[in-house]
Design a protein around this ligand. Sequence first.
Ligand SMILES: [Fe+2]
Length: 167
Amino acid sequence: MDLEKIFPLLDEIKNEKIKNKVKKCYEIAMKRGKWDTMDEIPFTLSFPNAYSYSKHVNNVTSMAFAIGKLRNDVNMDILIAGALLHDVGKLMEYEKKDGKVVKSSIGKYIRHPAIGSALAMEVGLDNKIVNVIMAHSKEGELVERCNEAIIVHHCDFIDFEIARGRK
Ligand SMILES: [Fe+2]
């Protein structure tokens, strides 16, 4: 799996340690979710025929990247790593069963923001990156979102709501 090819903005992460930990998260999640390729994963099960997981993650990361570049109160490495990983928990929240992608047994009890946060903590990523992942969805209403998390949260909903409207 060539992650740089799937997620071109990975290359914009300046800190090599962060970049490698992002890759490690994907390695672990792909293995635990028993996926051979990322192409077969839809980005959501909330509506039928959603486009791919990687397209959604690239859409969100590109939007977040563009916004981050316009500001001087954003750490770009945290923003990019957080955006690339915001939905990584979906690789374990979903599973392939009889050729169909469905909620996994873990996914019935733990949502992807929590699964993704646990992965990020496991590989030793910064708490702010964990905040971006944990708080990108409604879970974030219970904590303070860092600037990078605010951006990813909104970019995620832009992509989700536009995609849902087109279903
Ligand atoms: Fe998302």
